[in-house]
Design a protein around this ligand. Structure first.
Ligand SMILES: C[S@@+](CC[C@H](N)C(=O)[O-])C[C@H]1O[C@@H](n2cnc3c(N)ncnc32)[C@H](O)[C@@H]1O
Length: 215
């Protein structure tokens, strides 16, 4: 797969390459996903929304974090929604998890619906991030928490697939975007990791993890 194709798959995993790309993302992003889940301090009976869970590799960690968690995963890739449903069939049939196809700039949920919302490695693909963040804020409860993780511009711009449609942010630009969208940034951590990237090469990763609440 060339860099342009890989970029398109990371944006929206589709077709025969989708399962392989998702498997690689799961390996590359495992530690980061676990860190974000921990930061959210999930509690019993909370409603959780994840935007862009891909094949749902970490859903068991979310629904297993506390009693009675109700998880919704929303992804704009139909193939990822189908694979996430297959990978989490037990959680789906018990009613603990559901997967929907959609985009976070038009969330099919009522106001103040979720206790916690998370999204990891998705911001780059949002043409109008303010519109996505406004929807996230609308559907998050007033005392809810939102966790967003994105690779820092400095790190991301070294990756060969990034010129093909990724929008990049420094931590300060990301935080400013969040504030302008009505979030208070409670914490912004820098997650550093030496690990394989989606190209299979070992890289020094620098990922920003912002934990927010509605202002
Ligand atoms: C690069 S992958 C990251 C997957 C996973 N979160 C991880 O940490 O490995 C991006 C995923 O988010 C989905 N996605 C990106 N932006 C989205 C949005 N605004 N609404 C719904 N799905 C989105 C894509 O289809 C893809 O499955």
């Amino acid at each position: 797969m060339d860099d342009r194709e890989l970029a398109a798959q990371l944006r929206c995993p589709t077709g025969t390459d989708a399962a392989e790309v998702a498997g690689r993302m799961n390996e590359a992003n495992r530690a980061l996903n676990h860190k974000c889940i921990d930061l959210l301090q999930l509690a019993a009976a909370e409603r959780i929304l994840e935007i862009g869970p891909a094949n749902g590799a970490f859903v068991a960690d979310i629904v297993g974090a506390a009693e009675g968690i109700a998880y919704t995963g929303l992804d704009w890739s139909a193939d990822m929604v189908a694979e996430a449903q297959r990978n989490n069939s037990r959680a789906v049939s018990s009613g603990a998890a559901r997967f929907l196809r959609g985009s976070s700039d038009n969330l099919p949920f009522a106001e103040d619906h979720f206790d916690k919302i998370l999204t990891i490695h998705t911001l780059y693909f949002w043409e109008n991030p303010a519109r996505h963040l406004a929807e996230i804020r609308r559907t998050l409860k007033p005392h809810g928490r939102f966790c967003i993780a994105f690779g820092d511009r400095e790190f991301m711009q070294q990756l060969p697939f990034v010129p093909f449609g990724f929008r990049l942010y420094h931590d300060t630009a990301g935080q400013q975007l969040l504030r302008e969208s009505g979030f208070e940034v409670l914490d912004c951590q820098q997650h550093r990791e030496t690990d394989v990237s989606n190209t299979g090469e070992v890289v020094e990763k620098l990922i920003n993890i912002a934990l927010c609440q509605p202002e």
